[in-house]
Design a protein around this ligand. Structure first.
Ligand SMILES: [Zn+2]
Length: 143
């Protein structure tokens, strides 16, 4: 599926959740949390349906946004190449926090910690991993 991007909507969503009111500055405030394949259709900040979700985070406003693989390239400071090179870029912070808040069970927590950072989990591990990440991201306050 080729993702289309609505730049006007993307810019207004991002600016709304940024400290700066200008796109040129606002887009610099965001960093990638992780890339993630959704089980069902999700939505990019630009409004279009996406399957490959990239979570981006703004530490100034403490807001998470979901964008697609096309829109993420509109940000100068973040690139898909960067997350691909880092493999699983989900910070342990999110995993720890989800366990502390009871979003994931201790078994799920131990499982994710044991495979965290592996570039290629087995297909079976991947299915479990996706389920756990779905719970983690549902538990986060992501717009
Ligand atoms: Zn988009």
């Amino acid at each position: 599926m080729k993702e289309i991007s609505d730049m006007t909507k993307l810019k207004s969503s991002v600016i709304e959740s940024s400290e700066s009111n200008r796109w040129i500055d606002a887009k610099e405030e965001w960093t990638i949390v992780c890339q993630y394949k959704s089980e069902s259709l999700d939505h990019c900040a630009c409004g279009h349906a996406i399957k490959n979700v990239v979570y981006i985070y703004n530490s100034l406003t403490d807001v998470h946004l979901k964008v697609g693989t096309t829109c993420v390239n509109k940000f100068k400071t973040i690139s898909l190449k960067g997350i691909k090179a880092n493999g699983d870029a989900t910070p342990l912070y999110y995993i720890d926090e989800s366990h502390d808040n009871g979003v994931i069970t201790t078994w799920e927590y131990n499982f994710i910690r044991s495979i965290w950072g592996f570039k290629k989990p087995s297909p079976k591990q991947n299915v479990i991993k996706i389920k756990i990440y779905n719970k983690i991201f549902k538990g986060l306050n992501i717009k």
